[in-house]
Structures are given as C-alpha cells and as structure tokens.
Design a protein around this ligand. Structure first.
Ligand SMILES: [Mn+2]
Length: 339
C-alpha cells in the first residue's frame, strides 16, 4: 500500500528560518561530503531562490562533484575559504551531523546563525534553527513544501533541481520512502517545467566500461545467505581492472534488485586499506541499525559505513552473523503494518 504523509513543518521554526534567511545579505550553503543528487539538488534550488531574492550566495564543497550533475545550475562554488570571508548566515542541507560537513565543519559551526534543512531520522541537532522532517523522501521534497509556504515561484531551474533530488533519494520512485505526497510534488514540479526525461538520462544513462567491469566483479563475488545478498570489491581487483571511479550506489542496487534479496551489502576495499560498506533494505529491515552497530549510519532502507578499519573477510562474516542473529529486531514496524 502506498504510504500517505501529511507533512507539517513546525510553524515556529519555519517562520524563524524564513526571517533569518530573508533578513540576511550573505549566505553560505553547505551539504554533506560526497554529495549525492539530493544534496546537490537542494543546494542548487536553494541558491537559485536566494539569488532571486538578491542574496549573495556562496556554496562550499569539499571536492568537485561528479560530472553526472553538470546539468544542475550550480554557481559560485568554493572549495576553500581562503579569504576567511564571513557570512550573515550558514545553511546546511541534507546533513545529519556536523562531521559530514568535512573540512568546512569549522566555517559552519563558528557562525552564530546556523540553519539546517534535513530529512534524516537519525541525526544530531547542531544548528540554531532546524527544519527537519523525517517522513519525506528527500531534502528536495521538504524544500518544495518550504518554498510553497514562502510563496517562492517555482522556476524551471528550481523545479529541475528539486526533482533531481527526489528522483535520486527515492531511487526513481522505487524506495518505500516514495509517498503519494512525493508524487504530488513531482506533478507540480513537472508542471513547472522540470524535465523528468532529461534528469533520468543524466542520472542513470551514464555507465562507462569500467562501471560494467565493476558490476561484473560484484556479480562474480556475490554470495547469497537467505535474504541477505553480499558482495565485495577488493583493492587488487579494482586496480587490475583499472576502475578509477566506483559508483557504489549502482552496484548495491544491482544486488538489491535480486528477487530473493531483502538486505543487500557491498564492501569496497579502499586504497588506504579501510573498507566502505553500503547497505540496502528492500523490505522490512532497518539497515541503519546494522550500520550504526559497526560505526556507520544512515536511513532505514539505505545506510553505510565509511573507512572501517579491519579485514574485509572478517567484517563480511561479522555483518552476516549480526544480521542473522538480529533479523527479528531489525524489522521496521510501520512496514510490517503496511504490508
Ligand atoms: Mn537526502
């Protein structure tokens, strides 16, 4: 059954955030490290709105973003704050805790007007004013509701940016986070000129030969353990196959697309010997709890661990054993009730 969500933005926070945003002259925008479609779509839409309201906007990113997102109209990006410029306010979007701000954590945290717009359920409060709604598919969906309340005109550019984040975070409307409200927003965005076809082809028709080689390795290394599908990439194989850029989202979705798999796990050995792990849950299991247990975090249906120190084979065994031991407790009640 499709979930319906009534999104109620806390009126007091909304008004505070609106007043702070509109009374400022200079605004710095931040998002999480390794920004995804939702992070970049949110920043793009918000900066467009602020520029239209005559604000001076700077976007801080730790590294250049993936080429995939070149179609987004991201302007005024800075990769450092060498001039030590100060801003009236700082806004973090799609950020669940301050460490995800990477090297800009200090620039953000030292400002006395910190705002957050986010949809993560497990988060640390770190700003002065936060608009957080965990029952929305994406920060972009939340921004849409916020813009509507603000009476911001949804231009074609804003519509494209917001739809990019919604498509990214819902996995093209496949994840259970897609609600009837989400789809209503999509209709509004398309009516405002968002190009669903363009976004889908930019985000998903972008495989390279090395991506295919990575997929081949993931398939070869795949192990099925009941409802759990696990695979891995070792650094040696990554090097031999000259795979320079790994699109882990694509690879974990490949595992999750198997009909028997309810929990997908992908372990990727990094050049420094640490291990990154991605988790997907396609049904009732809360994989944020698994990630959490091993020092990571994320959402109920998509989570991960970054830079785990240890042996890949051991970690793989430990993860499988932990999940098998805790299958019952990892069920998400809402999902069971809705099935
Ligand atoms: Mn998001």
């Amino acid at each position: 059954m499709m979930k319906t969500t009534k999104v109620k933005i806390n009126k007091k926070d909304y008004l505070l955030l609106k007043n702070k945003l509109l009374s400022s002259k200079t605004v710095a925008l931040f998002t999480h490290i390794s920004p995804d479609a939702d992070a970049l779509g949110s920043i793009s839409a918000l900066s467009e709105m602020l520029i239209k309201n005559n604000k001076e906007v700077v976007i801080f990113l730790e590294n250049p973003y993936q080429q995939t997102f070149n179609f987004l109209p991201l302007k005024n990006i800075q990769f450092n704050n060498k001039k030590n410029k100060t801003f009236d306010i700082v806004v973090a979007v799609d950020v669940a805790n301050p460490s995800l701000l990477g090297k800009f954590q200090d620039v953000y945290m030292s400002n006395s007007n910190k705002l957050v717009i986010d949809h993560h359920s497990k988060r640390i409060k770190f700003a002065d004013v936060e608009i957080v709604e965990e029952n929305v598919s994406s920060t972009c969906e939340l921004l849409y509701y916020f813009f509507k309340k603000l009476n911001v005109g949804i231009t074609k550019t804003i519509a494209n940016s917001l739809l990019t984040g919604i498509i990214g975070d819902t996995g093209r409307f496949l994840h259970a986070s897609t609600t009837t409200s989400t789809l209503k927003v999509v209709i509004q965005l398309m009516d405002s000129g968002a190009d669903l076809n363009l976004i889908n082809s930019k985000l998903y028709k972008n495989l390279t030969l090395e991506n295919l080689k990575a997929q081949k390795l993931v398939i070869e290394n795949l192990e099925l353990n009941g409802v759990i599908g696990v695979s891995f990439l070792k650094i040696q194989d990554i090097k031999i196959n000259k795979i320079s850029h790994i699109q882990s989202a694509e690879l974990i979705n490949l595992i999750a697309s198997l009909s028997s798999v309810e929990i997908a796990i992908l372990l990727i050995e990094q050049a420094d010997g640490t291990i990154n792990v991605s988790f997907r849950s396609t049904t009732r299991y809360d994989v944020s709890k698994v990630a959490d247990k091993f020092g990571g975090g994320g959402h109920k249906q998509a989570s991960g661990i970054k830079k785990f120190k240890g042996n890949l084979d051991n970690l793989k065994k430990d993860l499988i054993n932990y999940i098998l031991d805790n299958l019952g407790e990892l069920k998400i009640n809402d999902y069971i009730n809705n099935r």
